[in-house]
Write a new protein. Structure first.
Ligand code: SF4
Length: 325
């Protein structure tokens, strides 16, 4: 039994129309066009060297390739949120440069184009900050691990591009602003900053030289992304690793394992639905203490505390994924 309420036929039709329009609009975005034209941009640096090699070689994309919709949906939410945040900053007394298209020239002479989110002019005691905005469902990961390689390369390249184009001057800082789109904790935003240094361009050149080497020697480059991510978003998945890790065929003549796996998948989906249900109604009751017709509600504020490390018993983790057909 599904916990999800069903929509009427008309409501479903309108839902499909709206979602289709949003996804279509998202997929027609300018940065996606750059990707369609096989142009490597600043945001591609640090992601996957084998992907970059395929882009350089203009490898045909997998027939019927469409990025999984949830990634387009997340990108749309991120872009909308980022735009509202920048509007808010601009409405105050901050001097902001946004909507920029810049390019950076690496020490090797390679030029790469990109679109930084914003330059905050003189925001830290006169120091300019080039900031890249990211949205996440909860900020635990960036708070713990900080920016990954792709995010570091991205902000540093935007910083250097802005510097080379005279959009910033003097000492410059670059950073990420992460925004929590779930609003489920008190930590709504997280910032990581660093000074812009020259060596940062050499690191990107080094990363790209691995790609160039692989192209000129006609050999694969480093596969930097995990299999599940490749499968979800990469247009070169089949040519790159479609057969590299085929699921082992389980001896299951009566379909027992297959049915059990399906049940576990369903259970996971129900758990997710239940979690969504709780989250979507939570703000109606959070902070309420008292009685309704049917319930007694108590809201108690729990103060922040360090959780001591816990002992975890050895166990077997089971991962079940839908097979590609
Ligand atoms: S399938 Fe994965 S490893 Fe291969 S190019 Fe794409 S992202 Fe890189």
């Amino acid at each position: 039994m599904s916990l999800k309420p069903t929509m009427s036929k008309d409501a479903q039709q309108l839902h499909d129309l709206i979602v289709g329009k949003i996804l279509g609009h998202e997929r027609g975005h300018e940065r996606d066009q750059q990707t369609k034209d096989y142009i490597l941009g600043i945001s591609d640096m640090g992601w996957c060297r084998e992907y970059a090699r395929h882009m350089v070689l203009k490898t045909p994309r997998d027939p019927g390739y469409v990025r999984k919709e949830r990634y387009d949906w997340a990108a749309m939410i991120g872009r909308s949120l980022e735009s509202s945040v920048l509007d808010a900053l601009q409405a105050g007394d901050l001097v902001l440069k946004r909507g920029l298209e810049v390019s950076v020239v690496l020490p090797s002479g390679l030029r790469i184009k990109g679109h930084p989110d914003a330059v905050l002019v003189g925001v830290l005691d006169g120091v300019d900050v080039v900031i890249d905005v990211k949205t996440k469902d909860g900020l635990a990961a960036p708070m713990k691990d900080g920016a990954d390689l792709q995010q570091q390369f991205q902000r540093r390249l935007y910083g250097h591009a802005c510097k080379q184009e005279g959009l910033v001057s003097g000492d410059v800082k670059v950073g990420n602003l992460w925004l929590d789109r779930s609003a489920s904790s008190d930590q709504w935003a997280w910032v990581e900053l660093e000074d812009l240094e020259d060596y940062m361009l050499d690191e990107v050149d080094q990363w790209l030289s691995d790609v160039t080497y692989a192209v000129t020697h006609d050999e694969p480059a480093m596969q930097d992304q995990p299999y599940h991510m490749c499968e979800a978003v990469c247009p070169f998945f089949v040519s790159c690793r479609g057969d590299a890790e085929p699921p082992e065929v389980v001896d299951d003549p009566h379909g027992v394992v297959d049915r059990a796996a399906a049940a576990m998948r369903q259970a996971t989906a129900l758990e997710r639905e239940a979690k969504d249900l709780r989250r979507s109604y939570r703000e109606e009751v959070e902070g309420v203490t008292g009685k309704t017709e049917r319930f007694s509600i108590t809201s108690t504020r729990i103060n922040e505390s360090e959780t001591p490390a816990q002992f975890r018993k050895a166990h077997t983790r089971v991962t079940i994924r839908e097979r590609k057909r």
